[in-house]
Design a protein. Structure first.
Length: 183
């Protein structure tokens, strides 16, 4: 969870191997040299570093409580990013207004879904994040989002939660269908 110190945001960054099935047995102590770039609402290059330790802290000056923070903008680094619920929530306005590039919108939802699917991230956070894509206009982002939602749909298809999930998914696609995005 990010901390506030005055008008600054303090983030703790950590690294660990990511496996799609969540099993990292035997890899718990592995370290890599991870190039980290952090963008914020007010600064597209707020911080840049190479993470060589298990974890480190980064102070982002002038980044307030409601300001969004994005790690690995434009997906230049070959790694997944896991966010706290608070950081996901702060990214919502940047998603709905398309402040983030299509590549970042695509990468953000793919990272979140991969984390939840592996058991590392929260499915609740993923579903809240996916709702932010109802104003999306880019085909590649929609295609990926639709695939991720289809995976969840298959998991819930024979449960009591399926009707609620189906209504949720339809609401996400509602604006795009009405605007002709899929025509």
């Amino acid at each position: 969870m990010p901390q506030l110190e005055g008008g600054n945001r303090v983030l703790t960054l950590s690294q660990r191997k990511f496996c799609g099935d969540g099993n990292i047995t035997g890899f718990e102590s592995m370290l890599w040299k991870v190039p980290i770039v952090i963008a914020t609402k007010g600064n597209p290059q707020a911080a840049s570093l190479v993470l060589t330790e298990q974890s480190t802290t980064v102070t982002l000056e002038g980044v307030g409580e409601g300001d969004w923070v994005l790690v690995n903008p434009e997906r230049v680094g070959f790694y997944r990013v896991s966010y706290s619920s608070e950081l996901f929530q702060s990214l919502t306005p940047a998603l709905t207004s398309h402040t983030l590039s299509p590549r970042d919108r695509l990468g953000l939802q793919n990272d979140a879904f991969a984390m939840a699917r592996s058991g590392v991230g929260s499915t609740v956070d993923v579903l809240a994040l996916f709702a932010s894509y109802s104003t999306e206009t880019r085909y590649t982002v929609w295609e990926s989002l639709a695939g991720n939602l289809a995976t969840i749909s298959r998991l819930l298809s024979h449960t009591q939660y399926y009707p609620s999930f189906k209504a949720y998914a339809q609401k996400i696609f509602e604006k795009a269908v009405a605007s002709g995005t899929f025509v």
